[in-house]
Write a protein that binds this ligand. Sequence first.
Ligand SMILES: Cc1cc2nc3c(=O)[nH]c(=O)nc-3n(C[C@H](O)[C@H](O)[C@H](O)COP(=O)(O)OP(=O)(O)OC[C@H]3O[C@@H](n4cnc5c(N)ncnc54)[C@H](O)[C@@H]3O)c2cc1C
Length: 410
Amino acid sequence: MAPEDYDVLIAGAGPAGAVLALCLAPTGMKIGVIDKAEFPRYKICGDALSGKVMRVLSRLPGDTLQEFLKIPGIVPCDGIRFVAPNLKHIDLPFHPSRPSGPMTGGYLCDRTTFDHFLISRVESFRNIHFFQKESFANAKEHPDGMMVFTENRCFRAKIVAGADGVNSRLRNLLNPETFEKKHYSLGVRTYFENISGDFHERLIELIFLKTVLPGYVWIFPVGEGRFNVGLGWRQDQVIRQKAALGPLLSDLVKSHPALAARFRNARQLAPIQAHLLPLGTARIRRSGHRILLLGDAAFLVDPFSGEGIGNAMASGEIAAETIRSCFHKGDFSDTALKDYDHHLHRRVVGEFKTSALLQRLAGFPWLFNFVVNKASKNPDLKELLTAIYTSEKAKKKLTRPGFYIRALLH
Ligand SMILES: Cc1cc2nc3c(=O)[nH]c(=O)nc-3n(C[C@H](O)[C@H](O)[C@H](O)COP(=O)(O)OP(=O)(O)OC[C@H]3O[C@@H](n4cnc5c(N)ncnc54)[C@H](O)[C@@H]3O)c2cc1C
């Protein structure tokens, strides 16, 4: 089989792979994108796109953000309702002092629609060739690049990006070891309509129940009276508790005091489905041998919030910068690729240490109750709590013992 020549070959056309392709498009490089699925493809998700996603969209070529805002049915999200284990809640608008808008808050958007939107933009560039239903099988080095094999095709590229999701095969080439279960979260989700309660339609709800800490149940309003409802919990804890997450979610919405009354007349619209989230607590090699790993393939899900889309897209942007520099210098060595790790650490991975600490703190229900109680009476603390979803500095403050002592004294 004669190889097809590309400058860059991207395996996986989710948000990470699509953003990388879009960022490289204006360079005129010849880019191949392969995905094992046929688009629009189905994706299990909470459908929440954070402010980080909006910021990446605003930097993509063309009017990507403006075009995104035209998608029918997207729902603006202006903040979070945080429900503590004692069932007290606090509403955290993202920027109470500033007008809401696409750059401050986020949006709810069905993932199949969002990912298809991104890949349609990719397909509009002539220098990008998108191959659907092509599953990455293997890759090997050759003197001037990498050979990449799918079942039907063979590609030759100077550099290969692994954006092939949580079960990445490209990741295995750099990290043959398996990762511990504590570095994954298991997520289950379904859709409901007719949920009752005094929720605000522009807030997403995170409900931290004592029995599943530091995991949480989410209720996200996705428009037209429908809700994305799910449960995320660290995989090692799911195994330790011998929990079956799908039946557990069904049980919680039927019988937990925080949920049962609200779901009494609710109608479930879809079966409960499960998928893994690879958390940023894992130590992993993300570059080398002309390969860069992006998004879920690189374990870039925030260990506290479970956010993965914004980080996947940010990794696409950062990988594009590194690839441009490699081509500029004609240097594809492991040392040149290390630039990617360096920038990824500075802009994405560095935050995970604090998030991991917050994840551990969230395991203590009394501490959680204490912070939410205090924040409901103290506007400064409330603003700080809001900021943990947008600011690393705020997250760090919350992990310092001094913070709790000061809160105790006020
Ligand atoms: C239940 C659940 C809820 C979530 N909710 C949210 C949320 O609300 N907000 C948020 O920010 N994050 C959420 N996440 C995380 C988020 O979905 C991921 O972090 C995000 O999709 C990562 O993007 P990606 O491009 O790296 O991978 P993906 O979106 O998984 O894309 C990977 C692509 O690679 C393709 N692929 C896989 N194997 C191969 C192969 N061998 N060859 C070729 N192609 C291949 C797949 O078909 C897919 O298109 C959630 C995750 C789960 C499981």
